[in-house]
Design a protein around this ligand. Structure first.
Ligand code: BG6
Length: 285
């Protein structure tokens, strides 16, 4: 947890896809697929980018817990820690980067376990795949939660649709509901934990469609703070709720138990579909 400017790694494919990963947080902050040089991730213009606070946007890594826990920062310390590069492999159509974070004196004061957390970012021409793994390198069993808190950009939240959640149970404000809509649209503050398991979702905004696929994670959080929530955040402009939507692959409601030497892994894959972004008309679909 330092105050130095962020050290970032630039990733590319020869066809023109690009991504930027910050060592602070092990945090993907930009993704542009080759078929469209447009930014696909939301990153707040007033995000704190000096390593003193979590970055508002991109894909924060949440670990060792999702949300609030006493004596620990919200969503855990991984997004506030300096990661290091483990490997990098580049071919014409693929750029693969692995970063890692392990326990140190600072993390042990918050969470007393030895662990090895790895994030592998695989950039292909129209796809980015994020794989998170947790290895228990301590002598005791531990349990953890967390996730990949992906912030998507959109030109208009009102014309943004999420498909693939129909009939899924979700928890919002401690109440359990069933999603009745085939097309989920955001019209007010939304903070839902969908009990999805592994699932394929379609995120449609006026400019494109992104297929969001997760594996290993047990839930999907759909979050937009809306106007009141944006106003309360010092690192997000008041109107930014109109241009972002989080679709997060998480373990939120029940922690995963890992015995010594055991490894867990989960992934979120984002596939850009050129030209297929279109508003699905509820009446005719
Ligand atoms: C989401 C939670 O995952 O993260 C929200 O469901 C929370 O409740 C949001 O407000 C942002 O959290 P933070 O710590 O980055 O402000």
């Amino acid at each position: 947890m330092s105050n130095k400017p962020l050290e970032c790694i630039e990733m590319h494919t020869s066809a023109g896809a690009s991504a930027t990963v910050s060592l602070f947080g092990g945090h993907l902050i930009s993704w542009k697929p080759q078929t469209d040089a447009q930014e696909q991730l939301y990153l707040s213009e007033i995000a704190n980018m000096d390593g003193s606070k979590a970055i508002r946007g991109g894909v924060p890594v949440l670990f060792p817990h999702f949300g609030a826990q006493s004596n620990s920062p919200n969503h855990g310390f991984a997004r506030l820690s300096k990661w290091h590069q483990i490997s990098r492999t580049t071919t014409i159509h693929k750029d693969v980067l692995t970063l890692a974070l392990s326990a140190d004196e600072e993390t042990k004061q918050i969470w007393p376990f030895e662990f090895n957390l790895c994030l592998t970012v695989s950039l292909s021409d129209s796809n980015i795949h994020l794989e998170l793994s947790v290895e228990n390198t301590s002598e005791n069993t531990f349990s953890f939660s967390g996730g990949l808190h992906t912030y998507f950009s959109t030109s208009d939240i009102v014309k943004t649709q999420l498909l693939g959640l129909k009939n899924c149970q979700y928890i919002e404000q401690d109440q359990q509901h069933e999603e009745l809509q085939r097309i989920v649209e955001i019209r007010s503050e939304t903070d839902r934990v969908y009990l999805t398991g592994e699932r394929k979702l379609d995120l449609i905004s006026p400019e494109r469609r992104v297929v969001v696929e997760s594996s290993g994670f047990t839930e999907t959080v759909v979050w937009n703070p809306w106007s009141d929530g944006s106003e309360k955040m010092t690192d997000m402009k008041n109107d930014d709720y109109l241009t972002m939507l989080c679709v997060e692959a998480v373990i939120a409601t029940e922690k995963i138990c890992l015995h010594p030497k055991q490894v867990w892994s989960g992934s979120q894959s984002l596939k850009y579909e050129s030209g297929s972004g279109q508003f699905v008309d509820k009446e005719t679909s």
